[in-house]
Design a protein around this ligand. Structure first.
Ligand code: ADP
Length: 510
């Protein structure tokens, strides 16, 4: 089009030039053609300009349309972004509520408490306006423990609806959580439920722990549900939280009650033991009193027997033949043994019943050992037993000298009794902190392991053939133990059959 315009214009220019040259001399057709062509050229230029303008206009319109479309897109995207942001904020708020709820649930010590923990902030942050949380002991029972945005009357009506129409079981056994919508509510019960809550949509879910009571959560929303799937997921997390908390607190309650039961049992048994102990102490005292009384009664006639035997032995009542002297000597010997036996019995009974108070005095060790040695030397010599003492710098004992002498005399007499001729006995003394440890070691027959724990009981004699030849009553060690314990000391034995024994006595110095 532009070329045509230029051609017409060129012809016009040529014609105009011709017109100028021949205007004066030749008047004819040529100038007319020039004028025509100029006009045509002018028109063509005009048309060209108008086309160009239309073209420009069209391009501008196109550009404007495009801008308009882009602006609309930006607005739409912005709206979408805004909505997504809102949704994200809501999710964040609900997650925060979930976190806080979780913290509160951790300190619930009883399952019932868990059902009281639904509060307004949880309901609103989850995007709901009303909510009820209840505990079900069975499919036929339901107790609301939390009600948010719901009046007591509505809560009662909801409970009645659940129980009358048997709605608890389907919630606790069916798929959960479930969305209820007034527009598409499947059955009249659900419609009624939404009607009572006064909302168009709600989510219902069961709380089903592995142990502990189950429950129902019902959340109602006044607006429409934006993202059903996301809401259901959130509620599922919430109900899981609640179920775990119920389970934990049920376990805690179980453990606590088991521990309480155990404590009560221990208390009961302790009480029983204390009572049994009182009875035993009473019986023991009765036994000691009895032994004490009997021993006392025996001592008087025994003293008389001994006295008469001694008198007869002096020959005051006429000369004695050898056989008579021998019999009288036997009477005296046995009377002595019997007297010793009775004395031991009496002393055990007295110490047990606390009627003997032990003195607590420093006892110089040299004098003490000399006194003990005086008693046992004849026995040692009679059996040719080597005897040694290692006192390791120990200078004194603390206690009742005469009673402690009986301890050492008894232990040494036993050592002599149960050690064959030519054996050896050693007394050791060593200071150990605030105590003195005294040991009596022999190379005698030793004591079987099963007898060792029973040696200190009254009348106990080891089940050993040796005891058929060695006389004894089984009272010596029982008395020794009581004297040592009355000094707050300890006594024990270590022994090996046919190798020898060591009796150890630990005595406090303070
Ligand atoms: P007994 O009068 O029988 O010696 P004890 O109470 O003194 O009574 O001793 C109890 C039992 O302990 C003894 O019968 C004996 O079997 C055992 N026994 C005590 N000391 C020794 C010892 N040094 N060696 C071996 N057995 C001993």
């Amino acid at each position: 089009m532009a070329y045509l315009t230029y051609i017409v214009l060129a012809i016009g220019v040529v014609a105009a030039a011709g017109l100028a040259i021949g205007s004066a001399s030749v008047a004819g057709a040529l100038p007319m053609v020039g004028i025509l062509l100029i006009s045509l050229g002018y028109l063509a230029v005009k048309a060209e300009l108008s086309w160009r303008q239309t073209d420009e206009l069209q391009r501008m319109r196109n550009a404007y349309d495009q801008l308009d479309r882009q602006a609309k897109l930006i607005i739409r995207t912005d709206l979408e972004l805004h909505r997504t942001q809102e949704e994200l904020d809501r999710r964040l708020a609900s997650l925060m509520s979930l976190y806080h709820l979780g913290q509160q649930l951790q300190v619930s010590l009883r399952p019932e408490e868990v059902f009281q923990k639904l509060d307004a902030s949880v309901v609103t942050n989850f995007g709901f306006s009303t909510g009820v949380l209840g505990m079900c002991a069975s499919f036929e029972s339901l107790e609301w423990r939390s009600a948010i945005g719901v009046t007591p009357a509505v809560a009662n009506a909801l409970r009645a609806l659940f129980l009358d129409r048997g709605l608890v079981k389907p919630v606790l056994t069916g798929p959960a959580p479930r969305l209820l919508q007034a527009s598409s509510a499947a059955n009249p019960e659900e419609r009624k439920l939404l009607e009572l809550l006064g909302v168009p949509t709600a989510i219902i879910a069961g709380i089903i722990p592995n142990s502990g009571p189950t429950g129902i959560l019902l959340l109602g929303r006044t607006g429409s549900v934006a993202n059903v799937k996301a809401d259901e997921e959130l509620v599922a997390i919430l109900t899981n939280y609640l179920a775990i908390a119920v389970e934990n607190s049920a376990l805690y309650e179980k453990t606590w009650s088991a521990q309480r039961e155990l404590e009560l049992k221990v208390q009961q048994r302790t009480q029983e033991l204390a009572e049994a102990n009182t009875v035993l102490t009473r019986l023991n005292k009765a036994k000691s009193d009895f032994v004490s009384a009997v021993s006392h009664e025996l001592r008087t006639p025994l003293a008389a027997i001994k006295g008469y035997a001694s008198l007869l032995a002096t020959g005051q009542f006429g000369p004695l033949v050898k056989a008579q002297s021998e019999r009288i000597a036997k009477i005296e010997k046995h009377s002595d043994l019997l007297a010793q036996f009775i004395n031991n019995l009496l002393d055990i009974a007295r110490i047990e019943s606390g009627r003997v108070t032990m003195e607590r005095r420093p006892i110089p060790i040299n004098d003490f050992l000399a006194a003990v040695q005086d008693v046992v030397t004849p026995q040692l010599e009679a059996k040719h037993i080597r005897f040694s003492v290692d006192r390791d710098g120990v200078k004194e004992l603390v206690g009742d000298s005469s009673h402690l002498q009986r301890v050492f005399v008894n232990l040494l007499s036993n050592a002599v009794k149960y050690t064959p001729e030519g054996g050896s006995i050693r007394v050791g003394l060593v200071r150990e902190g605030a105590t003195v440890l005294a040991t009596v070691t022999d190379t005698g027959c030793g004591i079987a392991a099963e007898d060792q724990s029973k040696l200190f009981q009254e009348f106990y004699r080891a089940n050993d053939p040796v005891n058929q030849q060695v006389r004894g009553t089984g009272l010596g060690l029982a008395l020794v133990k009581r004297i040592v314990e009355a000094h707050q000391g300890r006594i024990w034995v270590k022994s090996e059959k046919n190798k020898g024994s060591t009796f150890s006595v630990s005595l406090p110095l303070e």
